[in-house]
Write a protein of this length. Structure first.
Length: 346
């Protein structure tokens, strides 16, 4: 597809590799080949920890996670490129490589020491969610029964992120906490990976008012490939398209993107994968960080977009439904590129 080959293609939340890579394994030769043939320009890769734990422990684990991926970039310089700026993303496109940009899904690793934000920025962190699903010292996650919004520390964290050039991502924040972050930020804010609550009522999905608020701030909302699009069952490409189209209708084509919340390589439903996935769901439930509708068979990928070129397949579907090439390029990555540029400028 010509529009795909020309587009800057950005996964608003997604990493290289497959299921095993999430557990700390090095990229395999086949996973590196998947990156090379994917056509992806940039991946926003989650590093660090989520959930309640001692901040110093989370800090050390976050540093270790960043260093792990730095080694992968060093191992494959012809395939991967570090992303610290929008010009790096453009350089990745020009050179046929895939940029890796690091982000946190929880502020636990710096919640007691906001000076750590400067260290993390120097190490390549460019997107941060103040909270994951539960409460921390910055604010409340989307699974907290009472959402008090950003704390004083949370407000200061947003200010520091704005000053450093780190995108504020409210994907897992509670509704009041997200509203506070959007209101308090002086730069665009994003929901990098979410769905539309109007189509599937779930605390991880965002209301029409929230999608519009992010758009009004100049930001974008990325649609994920998660069971929360479809009432807990494994999602399909039709589910993803349905949520993309609703978001476009509500927020406008300038403010919709894709954030798969998955890994790049094809996932095979082997017995080992099924067992590992079941174990991980049980672990998340025991830790109190699992969302409603997380289940042992609600796999976190669309079965008919289960390929490294899933964005191209999605673009084909959007084209067949009458969306223009210009709109498709915006959704594939141009919108996020604009948001990153506005959020990272110093």
């Amino acid at each position: 597809m010509i529009v795909y080959s020309r587009a800057i293609v950005i996964d608003g939340l997604g990493g290289p590799g497959g299921h095993a890579t999430e557990d700390g394994a090095e990229l395999s030769p086949s996973e590196v080949q998947d990156i090379e043939m994917s056509g992806m320009t940039c991946l926003h890769l989650t590093v660090g920890e989520v959930g309640t734990m001692p901040p110093d422990e989370a800090y050390q684990k976050s540093i270790a996670s960043i260093m792990r991926w730095e080694k992968e970039v060093d191992r494959y310089p012809a395939t991967l490129l570090r992303v610290r700026s929008v010009s790096d993303i453009r350089a990745a496109k020009a050179s046929g490589r895939t940029g890796l940009m690091y982000g946190f899904q929880d502020g636990v690793c710096f919640e007691t020491d906001l000076d750590r934000l400067e260290t993390f920025h120097k190490l390549g962190i460019r997107v941060i969610q103040p909270t994951y699903n539960r409460r921390n010292r910055l604010g409340d996650g989307c699974l907290e029964p009472s959402d008090a919004g950003l704390s004083n520390t949370g407000h200061e964290a947003v200010e520091r992120m704005n000053a450093l050039g780190i995108l504020v991502d409210a994907s897992h924040c509670g509704r009041v906490t997200a509203a506070d972050a959007i209101r308090h930020s002086t730069r665009p804010v994003a929901f990098t990976h979410t769905g539309c609550a109007a189509l599937a009522d779930h605390p991880r999905n965002r209301t029409d008012a929230e999608l519009r608020a992010v758009a009004d701030k100049g930001g974008a909302s990325g649609i994920y490939f998660m069971p929360y699009l479809s009432g807990g069952r494994q999602p399909t490409a039709d589910d993803v398209v349905r949520h993309i189209e609703h978001a476009v209708n509500v927020a406008g084509e300038e403010h919709v993107a894709i954030g798969t919340d998955g890994t790049l390589s094809t996932i095979a439903l082997t017995p080992a994968f099924v067992q590992s996935f079941t174990t991980n769901v049980a672990r998340r439930k025991a830790a109190g960080i699992a969302a409603p509708q997380e289940s042992e068979d609600g796999y976190l990928f669309a079965h008919d977009l289960n390929t490294p070129r899933r964005f191209e397949q999605l673009a084909d579907r959007l084209s067949l439904r009458g969306h223009s090439d210009d709109r498709i390029q915006k959704i594939l990555g141009a919108n996020l590129l604009r948001v990153f540029g506005a959020a990272w400028a110093t």
